[in-house]
Write a protein that binds this ligand. Sequence first.
Ligand code: PLP
Ligand code: COI
Length: 342
Amino acid sequence: MDNSMNIDWGNLPFGYHKTDYNVRCYYRNGSWGELEITSSESINIHMAATALHYGQEAFEGLKAYRGKDGKVRLFRWEENAKRMAKSAEGIMMAKVPEKLFKEAIFKAIELNAKFIPPYGTGATLYLRPLLFGSGPQVGVKPADEYMFMVFVTPVGPYFKEGFKPVPIEVVRDYDRAAPLGTGNIKVGGNYAASMRPANRAHKDGFASVLFLDALEKKYIDEAGPANFFGIKDGRYITPQSSSILPSITNMSLEKIAEDIGLKVERRSVPIEELATFEEAGACGTAAIISPIGKVYDRVKDVTYEYGDIAGPYSTKLYITLRAIQEGEIEDKHGWTTIVEGL
Ligand code: PLP
Ligand code: COI
């Protein structure tokens, strides 16, 4: 460990922190080139790049975890590679082959190994793969050239509260994504659309928002940058919707929920059902599990409350997921990959 870095690992925010290197690769003339290593934090791209004008851009988010045994693990990185390929397909970008995705994320971790937070600090190394149309177009059509890159940054919890219940608010006057739009892929436009309601929620003291289905405003969609789940009567219930990003964390929690004896239901969840949950939470790579303490519906002036301390099932799910990611318990589903030699 390089002590000259002076990073206060235990108090890191979820934000950008400069590291030493990032890796890049260019798609030109119909094929991907060699992976390049750079220490530059800037990108030089054409002013008519489709990413800048037409939002031809997708990203991923995954973490490298330093375990109690000192080993560094990645969690289900293949799923991130698959999802990035789906995102590419969805907005007509060149796909990043799994082999290139793997090489890039492993290289980015290895080159920045000193930024992997120590075990027990609650911090992790966040990896941000990014793919975008870098070639020029003025008409609305896909670029001929693409850039794929991965940078890393050490991060603390996404919600400053950590594993403590947060208040969130229902949004009825904005949509993040349309039913047949791009909500199910990880493209920048979805996040742009979420900023106004998220900003208002923060100003009003809420940690995040709860979007409803765009068509009928009857069903729960996403919890800001995370999936929603509720627990009642021994069941783990999570919304099914065409505009939700398939969360790798949620997919994993569904399995863990079954392992700890919960029945899993993935279905439409009417907003009124909030009144019946014993526990509620938001889940994602950045958020891990963020227990929800209360949900406020400003239009109906209704508050659904779940208490100031995390419920027993949310706690068990959280502890189990982290223990797998940090190599403390058996990884019986084969979800983790050790990054050797760090
Ligand atoms: N939903 C949205 C909108 C997200 O941005 C994320 C984060 O990637 C998630 C859900 C959670 O997905 P994952 O668990 O794969 O990180
Ligand atoms: C993640 O959970 O990795 C996310 O991408 C959420 C957010 C930072 C966009």
